[in-house]
Design a protein around this ligand. Structure first.
Ligand code: ADP
Length: 213
């Protein structure tokens, strides 16, 4: 990691986060979806985003695979690279909430410490951890990308849940049972939490629809 530059100073903007939030009509925050591969992080993040977007919220989904094509293309799946991957995504998400948006980050992010570093780097309430809880057996049966099959054959080293650990969140803001509930039920639970916490204005629950992703 490059050391912090002593002579580099943070420039304070006159257009502040608070002013941006006022203009947008909602708070900015990070929704951090964590869980095994195939647990439903991406599906759920896009479903929640669709509902928020339809209600005029400024949103963006940061997705594991997409980020690894660009910003984190130089990183692999060793423990150190996974930590650096999450650090960069955390920094990116922080800039995004400073810009007044809602960042939906869908990453396996298997290590508790890495997630806690992101949480600690923002204000209390800005980091909303969503544990997408589905048993390994369900994820493996879904095998959306065929990766479990490859991992079982030993073709993918350090595969979370098979040959690399997943550390479940100790105290997440939200647990969604993605192995047994529908996408819509999980999305409603998340939207309900955001309304209850005053992060967004009321959204009619019947408008939450699963997207054909
Ligand atoms: P991940 O991003 O965690 O790797 P994906 O979203 O790519 O997982 O795939 C999850 C799969 O599980 C999708 O095919 C999705 O339709 C299905 N699924 C079933 N129930 C749910 C649920 N409650 N939440 C999210 N996905 C679900």
């Amino acid at each position: 990691m490059i050391p912090m530059q002593a002579n580099v100073l943070w420039h304070h903007a006159t257009v502040t986060r608070q002013r941006r939030e006022q203009m947008n009509g909602h708070k900015s925050f990070i929704l951090w979806f964590t869980g095994l591969s195939g647990a439903g992080k991406s599906t759920l993040a896009h479903c929640v985003e669709e509902s928020l977007f339809l209600h005029g919220c400024r949103t963006y989904v940061f997705d594991g695979d997409n980020v690894r094509h660009g910003l984190c293309a130089d990183l692999g799946f060793s423990d150190a690279d996974r930590a650096e991957n999450i650090r960069r995504i955390g920094e990116m998400s922080k800039l995004f909430i400073d810009a007044g948006g809602i960042a939906l980050a869908a990453f396996i992010s298997p290590f508790r410490k890495d997630r806690e570093i992101v949480r600690a780097s923002v204000k209390a309430g800005d980091f909303i951890e969503i544990f997408c809880h589905a048993p390994l057996s369900v994820c493996e049966q879904r095998d959306v990308k065929g990766l479990y099959r490859k991992a079982r054959r030993g073709e993918i080293p350090n595969f979370t849940g098979i040959s690399s650990p997943y550390e479940t969140p100790g105290n997440p803001e939200i647990i969604v049972m993605t192995g047994e509930s529908t996408v819509e039920e999980c999305a409603r639970q998340i939207i309900g939490y955001l309304q209850h916490k005053g992060k967004i204005n009321p959204i009619r629950s019947e408008s939450i629809k699963q997207q054909n992703l």
